[in-house]
Design a protein around this ligand. Structure first.
Ligand SMILES: Nc1ncnc2c1ncn2[C@@H]1O[C@H](COP(=O)(O)OP(=O)(O)O)[C@@H](O)[C@H]1O
Ligand SMILES: [Mg+2]
Length: 293
């Protein structure tokens, strides 16, 4: 996987024409795995020799790979999609510069960045890898689509799913990071200054943190949303002590068949952690009743 430095470095080296070819592949890559070089040629109307030169460049930079069978064509690679998405966010004046990596999750890398006004934002880059995705498709045969870009498409879908639900929750003042923009598999959101409970060595007032988390879950439930991946890794406490629940791509609707089980397992997960670490004692059923009513 490319580091952000690598991505920025590559971006600076690129010519307009190289971006244009990548954008063309981006437009079609959810439908076709291999874009025929012939159609690229017809679209761009530049001499074959120059086109070949640009293609050689982007192959060398590992942004695309080239195929000979079943026809001459190009495949967009993950680094190519990273670059297109970051360029898109820069062009739309969403971000201006990149900072450090501030989080590594199960499915993503999170960085801090600055917007054009110099305010901090967070950038979540979905990175469910090819190899871990292979395990998933082995188990779930219905995902064995012909399109080998499926795992990249899946990252895009997850980002979109999270962006949309965060918008809904955030608009209703549920305590989740405010989403700001999305480009393919990259989600830009409000920057939170603090840490997740799992990483926090000293949690101040754990009872209150627990209660506030349950309130976030209740608020979301009131809007028909069950997080479905709640754990101490997804409860974020800012340096001012405000609780946010992060990480929502796997949310389920409260009216779906197994919503009750998901809600229960969310509550049990959270409770068992707080019980073990901070000796908090509560009645699970009472909490669930509280959330649902
Ligand atoms: N809005 C944010 N502000 C600051 N840090 C964040 C933000 N969102 C996520 N993080 C950090 O990034 C990590 C991974 O984010 P998360 O949404 O949980 O992704 P994953 O699905 O990969 O677990 C979190 O544990 C947290 O440390
Ligand atoms: Mg997480």
């Amino acid at each position: 996987m490319a580091t952000i430095e690598e991505i920025i470095y590559q971006m600076r080296q690129m010519k307009e024409e190289e971006f244009a070819i990548l954008s063309y592949l981006e437009k079609y890559f959810t439908r076709f795995r291999i874009t025929p070089i012939k159609t690229i040629q017809n679209t761009f109307e530049i001499p074959k020799k120059s086109l070949d030169k640009y293609i050689t460049e982007i192959v060398k930079k590992k942004l695309v790979s080239i195929k000979k069978v079943p026809y001459d064509g190009l495949i967009l690679k993950p680094l190519g999609l990273d670059i297109l998405s970051i360029k898109d966010l820069v062009d739309r004046n969403i971000i201006d510069s990149f900072g450090n990596r501030i989080g590594v999750g199960k499915e993503s890398d999170v960085y801090e960045a600055l917007d054009p006004h110099g305010s901090k934002v967070s950038i979540k880059i979905y990175r469910i890898g090819k190899s871990s995705f292979k395990d998933v498709i082995k188990k779930r045969r219905y995902l064995q689509e012909r399109n080998k870009n499926t795992w990249m498409v899946r990252n895009i879908k997850s980002a979109k799913r999270e962006y949309e639900i965060m918008k809904k929750l955030s608009n209703a003042n549920v305590s989740v990071p405010k989403p700001l923009a999305i480009s393919n598999h990259i989600l830009v959101m409000e920057y939170l200054d603090g840490e997740i409970v799992a990483n926090s060595r000293r949690v101040k007032k754990p009872e209150i943190i627990f209660e506030e988390t349950i309130d976030v879950i209740k608020d979301a439930y009131g809007l028909g949303v069950v997080n479905s991946d709640l754990s101490s890794f997804n409860v974020f406490v800012t340096k001012y002590g405000k609780v946010f629940v992060i990480d929502w791509p796997q949310w389920t609707s409260s009216t779906s068949q197994n919503a009750n089980e998901k809600l229960k397992s969310d509550v049990i997960n959270l409770y068992e952690y707080f019980n073990r670490r901070f000796s908090i004692n509560r009645d699970i059923n009472q909490i669930i009743n509280y959330i649902q009513n």
